[in-house]
Design a protein around this ligand. Structure first.
Ligand SMILES: [Zn+2]
Length: 103
C-alpha cells in the first residue's frame, strides 16, 4: 500500500507552485516562475535601470564627441548616429542583465 504524499506538488510533468517563490502570495504557477506582480515589478526596475545607465553613458559619450570631433558635417552625422546606437545598445543590454539578475 502506498503512503500518502506529504507534498502537494506532483512528482512528474506539470509541476505546479502553490505560492510565488518571491512574494509568497498564494497562486497557481508553473514550477520556477514568478507571479504577475513580481514580474511587472522586476520589469519596471530593469527598465528604469537600463534607461538610467544608457542616459548617463550616452551623455558622457556625447560630451566627448562634441569636444573631440572635427567640424566636418559628415563626421558629426556619423557621431550622432553612433551616440543613438550606443544609447539603444546600452539600454537593451543593461535592461536584459537587470531582468535576469534582480532579486
Ligand atoms: Zn510574487
Amino acid at each position: 500500500m502506498l503512503r500518502p504524499r506529504l507534498s502537494q506538488t506532483p512528482l512528474v510533468a506539470g509541476l505546479v507552485e502553490h505560492e510565488c517563490p518571491r512574494c509568497h502570495a498564494a497562486v497557481e504557477l508553473p514550477f520556477g516562475t514568478l507571479c504577475r506582480t513580481c514580474r511587472d515589478q522586476i520589469e519596471r526596475r530593469a527598465s528604469r535601470l537600463g534607461h538610467l545607465a544608457a542616459a548617463v553613458t550616452t551623455a558622457a559619450l556625447a560630451i566627448y564627441a562634441v569636444i573631440r570631433m572635427p567640424a566636418d558635417p559628415r563626421a558629426r552625422l556619423m557621431m550622432t548616429l553612433a551616440v543613438v546606437v550606443w544609447y539603444v545598445l546600452v539600454r537593451l543590454t543593461v535592461q536584459r542583465a537587470a531582468r535576469e539578475l534582480l532579486p
